[in-house]
Design a protein around this ligand. Structure first.
Ligand code: ARG
Length: 460
């Protein structure tokens, strides 16, 4: 029986039910619904709205409902519109009419918001741990490669030599901001709407602060109209996930490019590579492509919730039922994806010989300009002079270091024999030693800062 059948003569049409019912997805919140109801029964008793005995019977009944659900013995019925309806229906079956007192002063509007916030709070913490694991994998690979070099790119064109650790650690900091964003989303999720009623609040003196604390919220909401329709926590969590996904997608893109044989910098472990049904030689980076691909749906979910919210009139509207599937899917997607990304990083084979072989002398053109700068030339002129050196090298089809010093001196008299010291990749990298730079020394400090940030125990 529906919770609201009193004023209707006809039962809802089947096709309308299929559209209207949310049980098939909100069943995931069952344990949170029961937890919320147990606390609410107690709050009603504390407020003197129901007797302690009634509250005890309701809580006992809810306990049985929980056991049935946990043991997969709960008999869902076609008339169970959503998880709230199902739990209350079963409660009344188990404890009788007293179960009907539970919903006093409560609406599914504050109830669903409560359940969904509790669900989201746990989900955020799960995702946070998985992101933390990826950070640990990045750190441990980076520690092995503070001295290994590879070409750094801008515009995907060779730019300057960098250390492998520096490249890996760049993703650490992106994920660190993602985790901050998730924690901030958590803070705004952990606000209890329970006790807001349908929209206007409750006339029963339930202790909202006690309810909030009992359920693990940090505080309770200040405006019931806002509380029943605030889905900022959904949008914010989806944004944090979409942006974290975007970062991982960019990492995946690097890995895909670097594992192309033309680069050959990286080999994915066999366990995370796929072959082709037709071409025997193929070694594809499917999980990285899926990382890139799955982020499309995360961004889609974010766009979806914002679009759902943007035109809603005040307080609860059924549109808000659309909030759940997208966040469920985004969390499921991340739960599936993040452990694989961590494992890929942990097992990544970094072909440092190939990386070094790809270091072309042109990556040192800026260092050559800096050489002139150190001899007193303004950088802008030095840039121009080195441009001429690059042109001569390309005309002669040789390296810059092959050009005789006397030829260089026709460009600038500041060139002398010591110019040869410029053409050393390791020294070029070592010079980028300011904090945040790519020099091994600076990167080691960076790794230490990263470890301090996430409180990695150095002994384990
Ligand atoms: N299944 C609904 C949802 O997910 C629960 C709230 C229903 N409230 C209502 N007034 N019809 O939003």
């Amino acid at each position: 029986m529906a919770l609201w059948g009193g004023r209707f003569q006809d039962a809802p049409d089947d096709a309308m039910r299929a559209l209207n019912d949310s049980l098939r997805f909100d069943v995931r919140m069952a344990l949170y619904d029961i937890k919320g109801s147990k606390a609410y029964a107690e709050a009603l008793a504390k407020a003197g709205v129901i007797s302690e005995e009634d509250a005890g019977r309701i809580r006992g009944g809810l306990h049985l409902v929980r056991k049935e659900i946990e043991n997969n013995q709960f008999d869902f019925q076609a008339s169970d519109e959503d998880i709230h309806t199902a739990v209350e229906r079963r409660l009344i079956e188990l404890v009788g009419a007293v179960g009907g007192k539970l919903h006093t002063g409560r609406s599914r509007n504050d109830q669903v918001a409560t359940d969904f916030r509790l669900w989201t709070m746990d989900a955020i913490q799960t995702i946070d741990k998985l992101l933390h694991n990826i950070q640990l994998a990045l750190i441990s690979q980076a520690e092995e490669h503070t001295e290994s070099l590879l070409p750094g790119y801008t515009h995907l064109q060779p730019a300057q030599p960098i250390t492998v650790a520096h490249w890996l650690m760049s993703f650490f900091w992106m994920l660190s901001r993602d985790r901050e964003r998730l924690q901030q989303a958590y803070e705004r999720t952990a606000i209890s709407p329970l006790g807001s009623g349908a929209l206007a609040g409750t006339p029963f003196p339930v202790d909202r602060a006690w309810l909030a604390k009992e359920l693990g919220f940090n505080s309770h909401s200040q405006n019931s109209l806002d509380a029943v329709s605030d889905r900022d926590f959904v949008a914010e969590t989806l944004f944090a996930l979409a942006l974290a996904g975007t970062h991982l997608s960019r990492f995946a893109e690097d890995v895909i490019i670097y594992s192309n044989p033309l680069f050959g910098f990286i080999t994915l472990d066999d366990r995370y590579s796929t072959g082709s049904s037709l071409m025997p030689q193929k070694r594809n980076a499917d999980p990285m492509e899926l990382t890139r691909g799955k982020v499309g749906r995360l961004v889609g979910h974010l766009t979806g919730i914002l679009t759902t919210l943007k035109g809603l009139p005040s307080t609860y509207n059924k549109d808000l039922q659309e909030d759940k599937e997208s966040l469920f899917d985004a969390i499921d997607t991340m739960n599936m994806l993040l452990p694989v990304v961590a494992a890929i990083i942990q097992t990544l084979k970094l072909n440092t010989d190939k990386m070094r072989a790809a270091l072309a002398e042109e990556l040192l053109a800026t260092d050559l300009a800096d050489y002139l700068v150190k001899k007193g030339m303004p950088f802008r002129e030095a840039h121009h002079a080195v441009g001429q050196v690059v042109r001569i090298a390309s005309e002669r089809n040789c390296n810059m270091s092959d050009i005789p010093v006397k030829d260089l001196q026709t460009i600038s008299v500041l060139f002398s024999d010591d110019v040869n010291e410029v053409f050393n990749f390791d020294l070029a990298v070592e010079r980028k030693n300011a904090p945040g730079g790519t020099a091994p020394q600076a990167v080691k400090q960076q790794i230490q800062a990263a470890k301090d940030l996430i409180a990695v125990n150095n002994d384990d």
